[in-house]
Write a protein of this length. Structure first.
Length: 256
């Protein structure tokens, strides 16, 4: 059993890449997508189902948008945070083979002096309350997605360039630790990885070539899943293709 997350930065552009990646990973149970950037009427449901998958999605024009693609049926689908009134499509959850799988696109925040920054913190606060409630019903839970938070300095290629900005600010990191405090574990950090392991690289300045990135895509998992966790890694290959997303997939594998 393996679950993954991938901010695709436009599914319209990258549907062939997603389908190719799914075909190359036949043991993958489910994939959470972020930034699909498509209204539901334009979502490629037929193409995904024709490839043998189940899918649930929630989108909007141009911005945001989330989805879950699964080899197993999806049950109890939830769209958006039930405790946060928000027109932006940023969260979708479903139960897959007994695992509550959540694909979240946490707001970027733009800048510390932007009105989008308090929105991000409020969204994270609502997420914390939502996850706390979900945990009362789902002992096996995965909160996957683009968090737009680099939890530690080692998750940043050059902290001096990012210090004082979004993605690394103390309130954002405290919110991340608050989720950990609910009993969740960062799957990736349960294993040894090379230094400077990142999941996002800016399109500008040859950032990928220089490995000037951030680790901002995460899978946080509950204790019963930690007990079954066998591997977790970042797949850099999709970032190497023509017209890639600026993010690449992150995954976690579990014993049955």
């Amino acid at each position: 059993m393996r679950f993954a997350t991938w901010n695709v930065n436009s599914l319209k552009v990258r549907l062939p890449q997603v389908l190719e990646w799914l075909a190359a990973n036949p043991d993958l149970t489910a994939l959470g997508l972020q930034e699909t950037k498509q209204e539901d009427v334009n979502f490629p449901q037929a193409e995904i189902e024709a490839a043998g998958f189940h899918v649930a999605f929630a989108g909007q024009k141009t911005y945001n948008g989330v989805a879950i693609i699964s080899r197993e049926p999806l049950a109890d689908v939830q769209i958006n945070l039930p405790n946060f009134d928000d027109p932006q499509k940023r969260l979708i959850a479903a139960t897959i083979s007994g695992v509550r799988f959540i694909s979240a696109y946490i707001p970027n925040g733009q800048a510390l002096d932007s009105e989008k920054y308090p929105y991000k913190l409020a969204w994270l606060e609502a997420l914390h309350a939502y996850i706390a409630d979900e945990l009362t019903r789902h002992p096996q839970l995965i909160l996957a997605g683009d968090y737009n938070i680099a939890p530690e300095d080692r998750d940043v290629h050059d902290i001096t360039k990012w210090e004082g900005g979004v993605l690394v600010s103390p309130p954002e990191r405290e919110a991340f630790q608050g989720l950990i405090g609910l009993g969740l574990t960062d799957a990736f950090r349960q294993f040894e990885h090379p230094e400077k392991s990142f999941s996002w690289w800016d399109y500008r300045g040859f950032s990928f070539k220089k490995n000037a990135g951030l680790r901002i895509d995460h899978l946080l998992i509950t204790a019963p899943l930690v007990a079954r966790l066998t591997a977790s890694d970042i797949d850099r290959e999709p970032r190497k293709v023509e017209r890639p997303s600026d993010h690449t997939p992150v995954w976690a594998a579990f014993s049955s």
